[in-house]
Design a protein around this ligand. Structure first.
Ligand code: F6P
Length: 468
């Protein structure tokens, strides 16, 4: 057990941790540090609380670091065997639980819960148990443990059995499936997921909608919440960090390069931009976004040559064939639109698939319109980041199925993400919005988007967990 005195200690558990390692050609280890809400949230606690982040080794570099005993203070990486991790992460978390919560199945043919699924489920249990045991070993008497996400749904229940003295929280960064979709899971698996979650003292969700969906599942399939409390914490954008980072030299350089790619109209005027930035994630709806843009060019020839769709679709979960296929379809469709409408001086879709945070910020700065049209999304931080960084004001075209819609819906142009014609109409409305209105809306969007910055988001959860 850690030496820090009890209740002040905070432990975080998540699949992906704040650092990762690569083995270089000369055999040395190279450390990469991640960002994101959790990293900046955790920094709010300060270092004297004996904070510990328990995460999984994800690649060979991470496993090598664990083997060599290399690590960062405050981080414990679990070297779960690669095959067990692959089954749990790719097989169950990303191919089943992610699909259920985002309602991504093509129902006529999937899901199929067969013997292979059962084998992978056993790995998911093993992987969750490894986390529960590590947390039980590390936590001081009465410490607070905040478990993150769908990868670790069984941990609260397992940990509760091992260490009834702990304050256990769980936070979901995804939507939660409504009962009629959740019940697709085999009954015993659905039970295990719910009782795992209900082992927590408190469950956090990004929006009321996802919290209500969980509560409905618990009521219908687990006899209710029992003593578990449910709360909502809508993670906001980190305005200070973003505004500063967006004006560093590398971002300025990217702006120049992007302007070059976007070009000017034949009579020399600046072109308008419709910007999107996503991981190439099945739920992000990048393909229908491109279809809507094509519809705009079809319906409104006056916008040809005058607008560019700047689409950044960064690689994600490339171990899964369905993600690779989706990435290929995004590229194919972008090329098709460029072949159909492009001219020697105008590339209608500027697509980049190589992750570059500085370039994303550059695109945020110059965006006239931001397109955020997921079919379902826990929150969507891009919708919150663009208005904060935007220079001239940016109209947000926002899916009503994104968690962010709960907070930003009034100032955005809302779309049904499946309706390509309506999305095209919203894009046009966005492009033609008077400057004054655009600037006013952006100001209000930025205020709503930064209402709960990461540090406060994390502290609120912690305080609520300890208060119960
Ligand atoms: O967006 C939801 C989320 O669970 C995030 O919390 C997390 O960053 C991401 O998805 C997981 O993605 P990955 O599979 O790349 O770790």
């Amino acid at each position: 057990m850690a030496s820090t005195d009890g209740a002040a200690q905070v432990l975080v558990a998540s699949n992906r941790g704040p650092v990762s390692y690569d083995v270089r050609e000369d055999g040395s280890l190279h450390t990469k540090r991640g960002g994101g809400g959790l990293v900046s949230g955790l920094s709010a606690i300060g270092s004297d609380a004996g904070t510990l982040w328990v995460c999984s080794a994800l690649g060979d570099g991470d496993r090598e670091a664990v083997r060599r005993g290399v690590g960062e203070a405050g981080v414990r990486m679990l070297a779960i065997p690669a095959d067990v991790h692959a089954d749990a992460y790719n097989g169950i978390a990303n191919s089943v639980l992610w699909f259920v919560h985002h309602m991504l199945y093509q129902i006529p043919l999937e899901p199929v819960f067969d013997a292979e699924f059962r084998r992978q489920w056993a790995s998911y249990e093993t992987y969750n148990r490894a986390f529960a045991e590590a947390l039980a070993e590390e936590a001081a008497e009465g410490a607070a443990v905040v478990v993150q996400d769908y990868h670790l749904t069984l941990v609260p229940g397992m940990l509760r059995e091992l260490r009834p003295d702990l304050r256990i929280g769980h936070f979901s960064h995804t939507p939660w499936a409504p009962p009629e979709y959740f019940r697709m899971l085999p009954d015993d698996v659905a039970q295990q997921v719910l009782s795992g979650m209900l082992g927590a003292d408190r469950l956090g969700f990004l929006t009321q909608r996802w919290a209500d969906a969980f509560t409905a599942c618990a009521e219908q399939f687990a006899g209710g919440l029992g003593g578990t409390r449910v709360g909502v914490h809508g993670l906001g954008a980190d305005a200070d960090f973003l505004r500063e980072r967006a004006h560093e030299a590398d971002v300025n350089e990217r702006i120049v390069a992007l302007r070059e790619e976007i070009g000017t109209t034949p009579d020399g005027a600046a072109r308008r931009t419709i910007v999107r930035v996503d991981r190439t994630e099945l739920s992000k709806n990048i393909v229908r976004g491109l279809l809507a843009y094509r519809q705009l060019l079809d319906d409104h020839p006056e916008w040809r040559e005058r607008v560019v769709h700047v689409a950044f679709a960064y690689p994600s979960r490339q171990d899964l064939a369905v993600y690779r296929d989706y990435t290929a379809e995004v590229q194919r469709l972008a090329e098709e639109i460029n072949a159909q409408y492009g001219t020697p001086g105008w590339t209608p879709v500027v697509l980049h698939v190589k992750d570059d945070f500085a370039r994303s910020l550059a695109a945020y700065r110059l965006a006239d319109v931001a397109l955020v049209n997921p079919v379902r999304d826990g929150m969507n931080l891009v919708a919150k980041e663009v208005p904060v960084v935007s220079e001239e004001g940016c109209v947000l075209v926002l899916s009503r199925e994104a968690g962010a819609y709960e907070e930003l819906g009034e100032e955005a142009l809302a779309v049904n993400p499946y309706d390509v014609v309506a999305t095209a109409r919203a894009l046009r409305q966005a492009l033609t919005m008077p400057e004054g209105e655009r600037a006013e809306r952006t100001k209000r969007l930025a205020a709503a988007a930064t209402a709960l910055p990461p540090a406060q988001w994390f502290l609120d959860q912690l305080n609520a967990l300890r208060a119960g």
